[in-house]
Design a binder for this molecule. Structure first.
Ligand SMILES: *Cc1c(COP(=O)(O)O)cnc(C)c1O
Ligand SMILES: [Zn+2]
Length: 498
C-alpha cells in the first residue's frame, strides 16, 4: 500500500522521519553522553550504558489507539526498511533515517500455539515464538540490525569511514555480526572470537561462510569476552557484543512484537526467556517498560528468566529474597546443552538489576521471576516440543522446562498464557539431539536419555537382494523391479502395514 492509500490521520505518521534525541545513559552515575561516537561503558565510572530518548515524552502524546493502528497498518508497507524491527521506529532508533536501515529479513517471527497434547503435558497454555526464523537463525539478528544500521548511519554521515566490527560469542552473536557485516562490505569488516570447541559446527560454519576473520580461543565465553573488551579499549574497533547498547535497543523489538501479536493486551501474558549474558532479558524488560510508559500497553506482562543449573549466576542472585542483601557473584560454568547461555559472569547484570526493580515498581508487584532447570529437563522438553511440531533449540527447551518449573513453584497460574522464546533454530543445536539419541552425552552434563524420546534411522537392505543401486550405478529392468518390490515389502513390514 502507498502512503496516500492509508487513512488520512495516519498518512503523516506511517513513514517515520528521524525524530527524538538519543543519548547514552550510565546506569552507575547517570552520566549522559552523545551518540556521535560508539561508547560501550561510561567514560566516568565504567558502568554499562543504555540508550535513552531525551524527547521520549513526545510519544506519550500519541493516543493509544493511534499507536495500535499505526503499527498494524505499517504491516502493509512495502518499504524494506519498515519491514523488520523498524516497524517500531519511534521506539527502536528514532534518530536513524530509513535509508541507513539495514534489513536482512529480521523480526516478526512466527508465534505458534502448542498443540493440545503438548499443552496438556506442560500443564499450561503456551506459544513458541520462533526467533530461530531470523536470517542467521537466532534472535541476535534483531540487535545486530540495530547496531549495524547505526554504523551505516555513522558511515553515511561521514563520522567514520571504515569499521572493523568485533565480538566474542557463544556462536550466535558471531553468526549475526558476520552476516550483517558481510552485507555492508567493504566499509564494514568483522572479526569474531569463539571459545574453542564450545560452539556447534553449524554456528562455526556461519561466520566462516560470511567471510569473517574467525579466532578460536582456549577457555569459555567469559574468557573471550575479556579479550574483546581489551581489544575494544586499545584499538579502533566496534564492539558488537550486547555490551553495545544498540544491540539491546534492537532486541526490544521482541517485546513490541509480542504486544502486537496479542492485540496490545498483555496483562495475562507470561514471557519466558533464557538468560546467558542477560542482554535478551534486559531488552525484553526495557521494551515492555517503554510501551507502558508511552501508553501503547496498559499492563506489563509477567517475565520468567530461565537458567541451567550449570550456568546460573542470575538465578542465584535472586535466590536472596531481601533485595538489600543480594550480592552478585560470578559462577564457574559447567557444560550445558543450552550452550549459547553458558555464561558465568553476565555483562548485562547491572542492567537486569536496574530494570527488574523498575519493572516491578511500575507493575506495582513483583513481575519478574527467575527459575533454574536441569540439563535433563532442557533436553527432554526440547525433544518433546519438537515431537509435537516445533523447531525449538535447546534454549527453547530450557524455557519450556522453566515454565513447568515456574508453575510448580506457583509463580504462574492457569489463567495466564505463556510465550516461550525459542531463541535459535533447532538445527543449530542438532548435535545435542544427536548425542542424546546416540547415548553419547559426556557424563558432566548429567543427562540420561529417556527411551521414549529416542529415534534413529533404520537401514533397509533386504537379505534376499543381491543388487542395489548406487550413485552413478543405477539398476535397470528386472533388477530394479526386484529392488523396489523387496525394499517396499520390508518397509511395510516394519511399519506394520497390511
Ligand atoms: C545469545 C543467546 C542466548 C542468551 O541470550 P543473552 O542475551 O546472552 O542472555 C540464548 N539463546 C541463544 C540461542 C542465544 O544465541
Ligand atoms: Zn557512569
Amino acid at each position: 500500500m502507498k502512503r496516500e492509500d492509508f487513512p488520512k490521520d495516519l498518512q503523516p505518521l506511517i513513514i517515520p522521519e528521524p525524530s527524538g534525541r538519543l543519548v547514552y545513559r550510565c546506569l552507575g552515575c547517570n552520566l549522559e553522553a552523545g551518540i556521535e561516537e560508539l561508547l560501550y561503558t561510561c567514560p566516568s565510572c565504567g558502568q554499562v550504558l543504555l540508550l535513552h530518548d531525551e524527547q521520549f515524552d513526545r510519544l506519550k502524546k500519541v493516543p493509544q489507539k493511534t499507536w495500535h493502528r499505526l503499527f498494524d497498518y505499517r504491516k502493509m508497507l512495502r518499504i524494506p526498511a519498515m519491514k523488520g524491527i523498524y516497524r517500531f521506529h519511534e521506539f527502536i532508533g528514532p534518530v536513524i533515517p530509513l535509508d541507513a536501515v539495514v534489513y536482512l529479513g529480521e523480526g516478526h517471527t512466527p508465534i505458534v500455539e502448542a498443540n493440545a497434547a503438548l499443552q496438556q503435558q506442560a500443564g499450561f497454555r503456551f506459544f513458541f515464538k520462533n526467533d530461530g526464523q531470523n536470517p542467521s537463525a537466532s534472535f541476535k539478528d534483531r540487535g545486530m540490525a540495530s547496531a549495524m544500521s547505526y554504523i551505516q548511519y555513522l558511515i553515511q554521515t561521514g563520522k567514520v569511514s571504515e569499521v572493523l566490527a568485533v565480538c566474542a560469542s557463544t556462536g550466535d552473536t558471531s553468526a549475526a555480526a558476520a552476516l550483517y557485516a558481510a552485507y555492508l562490505r567493504p566499509r564494514v569488516k568483522s572479526a569474531v572470537l569463539l571459545p574453542h570447541g564450545k560452539v556447534t559446527p553449524q554456528q562455526l560454519s556461519q561466520p566462516l561462510g560470511s567471510g569473517a576473520a574467525v579466532f578460536e580461543i582456549p577457555g569459555v565465553f567469559d574468557d573471550c569476552m575479556k579479550v574483546v573488551e581489551a581489544l575494544s579499549e586499545d584499538y579502533p574497533v566496534a564492539l558488537l557484543n550486547s555490551k553495545n547498547a544498540w544491540r539491546i535497543l534492537g532486541q526490544e523489538s521482541y517485546s513490541y512484537e509480542i504486544a502486537q501479536d496479542f492485540s496490545y493486551d498483555v496483562k495475562d501474558i507470561v514471557v519466558v526467556v533464557p538468560i546467558g549474558n542477560a542482554g535478551n532479558i534486559t531488552a525484553v524488560m526495557s521494551g515492555f517498560i517503554k510501551f507502558l510508559q508511552a501508553g501503547v500497553i496498559d499492563h506489563l506482562p509477567k517475565i520468567i528468566g530461565v537458567q541451567s543449573h550449570h550456568a546460573n549466576p542470575v538465578f542465584r542472585y535472586y535466590q536472596e529474597p531481601d533485595s538489600q542483601k543480594r550480592r552478585f557473584a560470578p559462577v564457574t560454568v559447567q557444560p550445558s546443552a543450552a550452550q549459547a547461555a553458558m555464561i558465568g559472569n553476565p555483562v548485562s547484570m547491572p542492567r537486569v538489576i536496574h530494570l527488574e526493580q523498575l519493572y516491578s515498581r511500575l507493575a506495582g508487584e513483583p513481575r519478574v521471576f527467575f527459575v533454574e532447570v536441569t540439563e535433563q529437563e532442557i533436553m527432554d522438553w526440547e525433544l518433546t516440543a519438537n515431537r509435537n511440531g516445533h523447531i525449538a533449540c535447546t534454549h527453547g527447551g530450557e524455557c519450556l522446562a522453566g515454565l513447568v518449573q515456574a508453575a510448580k513453584r506457583g509463580l504462574v497460574s492457569a489463567r495466564e498464557t505463556a510465550v516461550i522464546d525459542s531463541t535459535a533454530h533447532a538445527l543449530k543445536f542438532a548435535g545435542f539431539q544427536e548425542m542424546y539419541f546416540q547415548g553419547r552425552f559426556p557424563e558432566e552434563y548429567g543427562i540420561t536419555p529417556d527411551p521414549q524420546l529416542l529415534n534413529a534411522p533404520v537401514l533397509i537392505h533386504p537379505a534376499d537382494l543381491d543388487k542395489v543401486p548406487a550413485p552413478g550405478l543405477p539398476l535397470t529392468g528386472k533388477d530394479f523391479d526386484r529392488f523396489v518390490a523387496s525394499v517396499s515389502r520390508d518397509i511395510a513390514q516394519k511399519l506394520g502395514l497390511h
